[in-house]
Design a protein around this ligand. Structure first.
Ligand SMILES: NC(=O)c1ccc[n+]([C@@H]2O[C@H](COP(=O)([O-])OP(=O)(O)OC[C@H]3O[C@@H](n4cnc5c(N)ncnc54)[C@H](O)[C@@H]3O)[C@@H](O)[C@H]2O)c1
Length: 272
């Protein structure tokens, strides 16, 4: 007898939510099926769901969590707390893309634990978390991330509200933030979710440092990660192609969520 399919609910119907929903709908994730969707604007989700081969119910969050085994959060940092709390309270697993809002939320981990649920944080827009997790089983001395984004991709972030230069007319790279990821995730909530995953994989958000450049010379969101410790040195650079529907979100981010869903029920587990 084939094992039961894991029922997936998706909260958020933007670039990542739609891509994950489409792949599930097309049966491309063995072991999982799309069961329901929710978002801020339910009518808009209905319009999207109607384009799927197998339209699923569009429900408010509290009803959706009752129908599913796992909620994939692909909404916003602001929405994460409500989505996580409702999901975990119901004893359902959570896959969180807005990782920045999960940073230093031991209370949500405790809630998951108390209700027999698990929180999954996919690698999102970066690579190398497997190596960082491995390294963290020993001593890590430093984790540093350097992020370069086209200036337009940083617009609207609280962290660029008081710059003494204009992002629109920038001709060369300028640092807009340097410091711990704990601070960066607050100032750039839609830009550096990846640094939260990196912090959680390694030495935490107070010791992990990030340098963010507004860089008019790049067209791709670029992250360089350097980790040093007793294992040696790990250096990784990734250049992400922006998604056409949301240039702040790299194409790899949705692929990472899809790969994480595939991994859930795979009989072969690769990586740390
Ligand atoms: N971990 C990573 O590497 C990584 C990479 C890219 C994006 N992200 C994050 O993933 C999230 C989704 O990214 P995206 O590109 O799909 O964004 P998007 O802007 O394309 O879509 C977000 C969707 O969430 C919906 N939404 C807003 N408030 C909501 C609420 N309260 N409840 C439910 N839905 C709500 C919006 O209506 C929209 O449909 C964002 O927080 C983004 O910062 C993470």
């Amino acid at each position: 007898m084939s094992p039961q399919l894991k029922k997936i609910g998706i909260a958020g119907c933007g670039t990542i939510g739609q891509k994950v929903a489409s792949e599930l709908d097309q049966g491309k994730v063995p072991g999982a099926t799309l069961a329901a969707m929710t978002s801020r604007n339910l009518d808009r989700v209905k319009a999207f769901v109607d384009t799927l081969a197998n339209p699923v119910p569009v429900l408010p969050l509290d009803e959706l969590v009752q129908l599913v085994d796992m909620v994939v959060e692909a909404a916003t940092g602001q929405a994460l707390n409500d989505i996580a709390t409702e999901t975990l309270k119901a004893g359902k697993d959570l896959m969180a893309l807005s990782g920045g809002a999960l940073l230093d939320r031991q209370d949500l981990c405790d809630l998951a634990s108390a209700n027999g649920a698990t929180i999954y944080v996919p690698s999102g827009a970066i690579a190398g978390l497997d190596g960082v997790v491995s390294a963290s089983a020993g001593r890590i001395d430093s984790v540093t991330m350097t992020t370069r984004k086209p200036p337009a991709g940083l617009k609207g972030a609280p962290g660029v509200a008081n710059l003494d230069f204009d992002l629109d007319t920038l001709k060369e790279p300028r640092i807009v933030f340097e410091g711990p990821t704990a601070e960066a995730c607050k100032l750039f909530p839609a830009n550096v979710n990846v640094s939260a995953a990196l912090s959680m994989a390694g030495i935490g958000s107070k010791k992990t440092t990030i340098r963010i450049y507004a860089d008019p010379t790049v067209t791709k969101n670029t992250h360089e990660i350097v980790v040093e410790g007793e294992f040696g040195r790990l250096a990784i650079k990734i250049e992400n192609t922006p998604s056409p529907t949301n240039p702040r979100t790299g194409v790899l981010s949705a692929l990472s969520a899809i790969a994480s869903l595939k991994k859930l029920t795979s009989p072969l587990q690769i990586g740390t």
